[in-house]
Write a protein that binds this ligand. Structure first.
Ligand code: CA2
Length: 146
């Protein structure tokens, strides 16, 4: 254990994982995803905290919290990825490495999903790798903080 703690944030509608659209998002639930994150964090020797909200302001508050209380941030901002200058500003101010994650390949989907406000200010990103993308992001952050 390095003493590092990673914050995993899931945005709008990700509480619906496993309940609808399994052809795009798979059949695992948010609870399954959070277990996978805990296992990935254990294996990488870091601690993890997982949160989900459908509200932009919650996500912004938590990103601000990451500046002082966490060593890295895994962020799937859901549809706010494609719309939110406020999330962009929060990440710039946060000064903690952020890895952007998308379960689906946003570039193989509708054109409005091809632009991300998060990517230019993230340390890196994973898309289209299903839930495994979260484990990859946690691993990458654990290496950075080791
Ligand atoms: O692929 C991703 O992880 C997304 O961030 C998921 C967002 C979508 O708006 C982004 O473009 C890509 C949507 C999350 C909705 O999740 C659902 C899961 C199951 C059923 C309904 C919605």
């Amino acid at each position: 254990m390095s003493g590092a703690t990673i914050l995993v944030l899931n945005g709008p509608n990700l509480n619906m994982l496993g309940l609808r659209q399994p052809e795009i998002y798979g059949s695992a639930t948010l609870a399954n995803l959070e277990r996978l994150c805990r296992e990935a964090a254990d294996a990488a020797g870091v601690a993890v905290e997982c949160r989900q909200s459908n509200h932009e302001g919650d996500l912004i508050g938590w990103i601000q919290e990451a500046r002082t209380d966490f060593d890295g941030l895994v962020l799937n901002a859901g549809a706010y990825t494609h719309t939110s200058v406020a999330l962009y500003d929060a990440i710039v101010a946060c000064e903690t490495p952020v890895i952007e994650v998308h379960v689906s390949n946003i570039y193989a989907r509708e054109p409005f999903r091809h632009h991300s406000y998060i990517s230019p200010v993230a340390a890196g990103g994973v898309f289209g790798m299903g839930l495994q993308g979260y484990a990859m992001a946690i691993q990458a952050l654990a290496r950075r903080t080791a």
